[in-house]
Structure formats: structure tokens, C-alpha cells
Design a protein around this ligand. Structure first.
Ligand code: AMP
Length: 113
């Protein structure tokens, strides 16, 4: 997708603060963090969301398996972290390229109580 910002980041056409990269995935710090550690994990291939038929189980499995490794690397595994996948309009998705938010470093105000 030529106008997709995360595709441009994946192709190194736009800079990012990368924390992990392999042939298929890239993880980088969110430009507007909502927690002390806020990293986005994306597939390099354009997949618009979890609802995209390109969001195959095999790819999602490999992507999810990276999360605990990244959490260890980022130093947030011991105390725990939150994994968020905003999906679609009501889900609050603003960038239409599948991404996992990995959030750690403080207790967020959700869920309440
Ligand atoms: P969402 O609202 O779930 O679609 O999340 C999109 C996220 O992408 C937001 O948290 C933004 O702060 C983040 N974001 C947008 N542009 C960039 C960028 N160029 N570099 C890093 N993070 C970005």
C-alpha cells in the first residue's frame, strides 16, 4: 500500500525507533506513547487489521510468539505488560496496517477496578 505509513516504516522510507526486526516483522517505539514502554509490532506485509483475510493464523502465531521475547528484551516481562490490538472504527484503530501495541511500565487505568 503506497500511502500506508507503517508500510513506509517497514521499508525504511520513514524513520522509526526500531527495537526488533526480522524478515517478516518490525517492532518500534510508538511516537505518542501512553505508557513508559509502548512498542508497536507490525508485519512488514500490508495487512489492514485482524479482520483482513491476509491476517492468517500462521502469521499471527509467529507475531504473537515474538511478544514475550520482546517483553524480555524491553525489560517489562517480569512485572507484566498489556497487549492491545485496536481493530476497526469502534475499536479505535487509526492506522490501517495491523499492529500490536505492547504496553508496559505502569498500571494503566483499564480495566477499571
Ligand atoms: P491505533 O490507534 O491502534 O491505530 O494506533 C496507531 C498508533 O500508531 C498510535 O499509537 C500512534 O501514536 C502510532 N503512530 C502513528 N504514526 C507513527 C510513527 N510514524 N511512528 C511511531 N508510531 C506512530
Amino acid at each position: 500500500m503506497s500511502d500506508c505509513i507503517f508500510c513506509k516504516i517497514a521499508k525504511h522510507e520513514i524513520p522509526c525507533d526500531a527495537v526488533y526486526e526480522d524478515d517478516d516483522f518490525l517492532a518500534f517505539r510508538d511516537i505518542n506513547p501512553v505508557a513508559p514502554t509502548h512498542v508497536l509490532l507490525i508485519p512488514k506485509q500490508h495487512v489492514s487489521s485482524l479482520l483482513d483475510e491476509g491476517a492468517k493464523a500462521e502469521m499471527l502465531g509467529r507475531m504473537t510468539a515474538l511478544v514475550p521475547k520482546l517483553a524480555e528484551q524491553l525489560g517489562i516481562a517480569a512485572d507484566g505488560f498489556r497487549l492491545v490490538v485496536n481493530t476497526g472504527k469502534e475499536g479505535g484503530q487509526t492506522v490501517h496496517h495491523l499492529h500490536f501495541h505492547i504496553l508496559g511500565g505502569r498500571s494503566l487505568q483499564w480495566p477499571p477496578g
